[in-house]
Design a protein around this ligand. Structure first.
Ligand code: CU
Length: 173
């Protein structure tokens, strides 16, 4: 009788343990299969529109304003910029609107791809040297050297902002 009780107890304990294990499996989320670097994209292979500038080298200052119009459109002013190949530019960027904006300097293809990514992941922020994110009323800088000739893009990649007009063109000759 005692042995039977012991066996029964062991069986019950075993079932409990299995139950707890099964429960644990359902409660603890499985790790995501995809690695995430914190903001959803990596730049291991470098930048598409040149390279981060050197603060000790001379640079041309270009002031860029982020603006919102009464009709809901958004824009950069200026939205067309020409630079010489090899030139280093200090973008002094000011957010004159009432919502946050960013400025990301890259190829058009890269910015369009990033804009799509931002729609899926609206909290993604760009903290790379080719970009700046500014809350309303704030000013910031991007120091950038344009090492390749061609047409490049600067955009605000916050969801919906590029479609609202927040992009510009940089021509490097
Ligand atoms: Cu914006």
């Amino acid at each position: 009788m005692q042995t039977r009780t012991l066996v029964a107890a062991v069986v019950v304990l075993g079932m409990l343990a299995a139950g707890v294990f099964a429960l644990r499996e359902t409660l603890i989320p499985h790790e995501h299969a995809e690695a995430d670097d914190g903001h959803g994209h990596a730049h291991a292979v470098g930048f598409s529109a040149g390279e981060p500038g050197n603060p000790r080298s001379p640079s041309r200052t270009i002031e860029v304003a982020m603006i919102e119009r009464p009709d809901g459109r958004m824009a950069f002013e200026p939205s067309y910029i020409e630079v010489r190949r090899g030139e280093q530019v200090l973008f002094k960027t000011r957010n004159r609107g009432v919502v946050a904006h960013e400025m990301v300097v890259a190829t058009l293809a890269e910015n369009l791809a990033h804009a799509e990514e931002m729609k899926r992941n609206p909290d993604m922020e760009h903290i790379d040297p080719n970009s700046i994110r500014l809350v309303a009323g704030h000013e910031g800088e991007i120091l950038w050297r344009f090492t390749r000739a061609g047409d490049f893009d600067f955009s605000c990649l916050i969801s919906g902002h590029r479609e609202a007009g927040m992009f510009g063109k940089i021509v490097v000759r």
